[in-house]
Write a protein that binds this ligand. Sequence first.
Ligand code: NAP
Ligand code: HSE
Length: 437
Amino acid sequence: MENEQKAIYIGLLGMGTVGSGVIEVLNKNAEDISKRVGAPIKLKKILVRDKRKTRANVDTALLTDNFDDIINDSDISIIIEVIGGIKPAKDYIVRALNAGKSVVTANKDVMSTSGKEIFCAASENNVDIHFEASVGGGIPIIMPLKECLTANVITEVMGIVNGTTNYMLTKMTEDGADYNAVLKEAQKKGYAEANPAADVDGLDAARKAAILASLAFNTRIGFDDVSVEGITKISPTDIGYARELGYVIKLIAVGKNINGRIDVRVNPALLPTSHPLASVNGVYNAIFVRGNAIGEAMFYGPGAGSLPTASAVVADVITTARNILRGSLGKNYCTCYDNKPLCPVEDTKSSYYVRLLVDDEPGVLGTIATTFGESGVNLKSVMQTTREIKNHAEIVVITHLVEHRKILCAAEALKNLPVINVLKNIIRVENEENLNG
Ligand code: NAP
Ligand code: HSE
């Protein structure tokens, strides 16, 4: 009875993949959650777009399609936003905070574009804002960066942060699966964004990269600051060559502090099979952090999916509920106290994989090597194979570490050579030369 009086009421915005998982976790773990918080957590209302949809495991009396029913409910002290996208999610988050309600969100779109505004609204209204599920699905990484690793100066965060593309690349690598078929599978499993272009074009990972870099380097990095390349240009041929050379291709999010400037980007990369991120497969994500006290640490787990993501969301709800009971709401301040400049992508350094379709003639290799050399690009290895097209050969080059601007310059010069038929692909290589920053 005493517990009943102290119940903490929640309004849930969205009952799709993540929202349904949140309801399931709150229900099946209710007893333990109640003991951990010191009060039961009760779902009071659920906002959906379409109330007529058939939904499993929910009391339909809780459903509403009107946000006002939730914002005006004075019993509700925590709002969970799992609608996704900017509109109307951002407006709902800000209105909830301004109404004195704490917010838990999985929304990287909003946090990577309006983080400052959201934190200001939370702090002005003395309420909490938590967003653990916005990066890495079920993996704890926001709290470790905001709390557990704060003794360190962090120099690098690098991760596989998009479950959909990692699932796709894994299936393409291990089973030779077709790109479109495997994308459909990822959508069916509930991993993909409402518009899966956000996954395959690298935008989802870029949003997460912005959040990670902001937390790691204590400086505000927005989605627009991230240089982005997706996986659409990765072909089975590239995957095959990478394998022959001892690499796997992964979509990685990178944040590096390079002498005070922040390099933040998302791109496909060849990783040596011995690299810890190379064996992160399927929907699993991992975030590798380098700090000047801890050395290297890696956070690994399911990066998407209903229950894993709900695990992070509900943990944030528990943190908020405890803060309500302790009277310590509104203390999880913004940690972006610095204003570090960005490192332009042209200044960043990598090794590169370059694949060319060329005329199979004497002297071609020499011409190509000279062209790279004239652009200041030093070659590490060259592989030539004769492919199905008559009188043509394919050349795969791995370069030594070089500035991005020089590889772009070499690419332009190569495209103008009469012996080059097509410059098929250029992909960064994270090998031993650049793994240490
Ligand atoms: P989803 O399956 O598409 O569900 C979205 C929910 O929001 C649905 O219940 C939908 O209502 C409701 N909704 C959409 N527009 C609305 C509107 N204008 N007004 C009211 N309700 C609206 O999305 P999700 O996969 O659960 O993702 C939710 C959030 O979690 C996103 O920010 C996503 O990036 C993030 N996230 C997802 C995952 C994952 O594995 N899926 C992992 C980590 C983070 P109806 O049911 O009526 O259509
Ligand atoms: N679409 C996202 C992914 C969901 O595939 O990782 C988790 O944020």
